[in-house]
Ligand binder design. Structure first.
Ligand code: NAD
Ligand code: ZN
Ligand code: ZN
Length: 341
């Protein structure tokens, strides 16, 4: 059995162990991928902390924004070739036959497998993909630059569609981290006008560089009053923030009839004022990653030059420092693990 280096969660809340780990063998319908780059998503931090009600089982390898080259095919794989560039995703695989899968809602499949959560992910030199669900990387893509789009990109692209905000209307992007900074770009590319909200001025400056027209700091001030004053409330709000207070604030940022979409997943709850929701006719919905078709569309925006993630390359050996920086809001855009370092 050959070995590789991987960052392994052995116990929730402890440092990941960067150690020898066996290279997996592709089963039927799977491919073995030599990883070139992997984005680090805040979900990896939730996974390593065991933050959510449904927990992964240590030991496991996080990472669901991995890009690499197919090295070996399992039995029966027809749609991928050795040498081809592919990616893993949070939606690593699904059953393909349940009501959700049949109706275009494979992201809700109860049998789904999650990359870097219920199956090992891209924080290792090799990973497996399910050939039917692997993301196909467009020709000419920079593997490090496109990596953040495999989760952050597809997730916010899908969520922005779910806000039903039309070209020329206003959307608030609350939380300008890995997800939010690409959300600003997708929203602009989709013709929306963007208000960015975060608790750090450097994040707001990043949002402005990516096309936000208005940027508001929510630290110690509810930005809803300013949004009301400047534009009379937003048509839609997308919350990618990692603090529950942003979820409650979203309700008062919205104009009548508005749609609020939640992507962020901090543990916790938020106040939901019944009177405001009913009288303003608001819709509040959750949105989880995107389907394979959403992935194709999200990556096509990149291929057309409309999305340029802000990212910093780091070696896998830095993973614990990177997760610590993420927890303290110190990352600009995304960190992408570079396996050539
Ligand atoms: P990140 O750490 O890169 O960014 C989080 C951002 O939230 C930071 O910019 C931070 O300053 C900001 N923030 C913190 N408190 C805030 C507040 N009160 N108001 C406004 N902004 C605030 O994280 P990320 O990788 O972008 O992930 C964000 C969240 O989305 C995580 O909870 C992650 O698990 C979740 N996520 C969900 C999906 C999905 O499909 N629903 C997919 C990927 C990630
Ligand atoms: Zn299914
Ligand atoms: Zn993610």
């Amino acid at each position: 059995m050959s070995t590789m280096t991987a960052a392994v969660v052995e116990e929730f809340g402890k440092d990941l162990n960067v150690t020898d780990y066996s290279v997996p063998d592709p089963g039927p319908g799977q491919a073995l991928v030599k990883v070139i780059a992997s984005g680090v998503c805040h979900t990896d931090l939730h996974a390593a902390h065991g933050d959510w009600p449904i927990k992964p089982s240590p030991p496991f390898v996080p990472g669901h924004e991995g890009v690499g080259v197919v090295e070996k095919l399992g039995d029966g794989v027809q749609n991928l070739k050795v040498g081809q560039m592919v990616g893993n995703a949070w939606l690593w695989g699904a059953c393909g036959t349940c009501e959700y899968c049949r109706t275009g809602w494979e992201t809700l499949c109860e049998q789904q497998v999650n990359g870097g959560y219920t199956t090992d992910g891209s924080f290792g030199e090799y990973m497996l993909v399910d050939a039917a669900y692997a993301a196909v990387i467009p020709d000419g893509a920079d593997p490090h630059e496109i990596a953040p789009l495999l989760c952050a990109g597809v997730t916010v692209y899908k969520a922005l569609k779910r806000t039903e905000v039309r070209p020329g209307q206003w959307v608030v992007i609350s939380g300008i981290g890995g997800l939010g900074h690409v959300a600003v770009q997708y929203a602009v590319a989709m013709g929306m006008r963007v208000i960015a909200v975060d608790i750090a001025d450097d994040k707001l400056a990043l949002a402005k560089r990516h096309g936000a027209e208005i940027a508001l700091n929510a630290l110690g001030a509810d930005p809803a009053a300013e949004i009301e004053k400047q534009i009379g409330g937003a048509h839609g709000v997308l919350v990618t923030a990692v603090h529950p207070s942003a979820f409650g604030q979203a309700i008062s940022m919205t104009r009548r009839g508005g749609i609020i979409v939640f992507n962020g997943l901090p543990p916790g709850e938020f106040p939901a004022p019944i009177f405001d929701i009913v009288l303003k006719g608001l819709t509040i919905r959750g949105s989880i990653v995107g389907t394979r078709q959403d992935m194709v569309e999200a990556l096509d925006f990149y291929a057309r030059g409309l999305i340029r993630p802000t990212f910093t390359k780091r070696p896998l050996s830095d993973i614990n420092a990177v997760l610590d920086e993420m927890e303290h809001g110190k990352i600009d855009g995304r960190v992408v693990i570079d396996y050539s370092q």
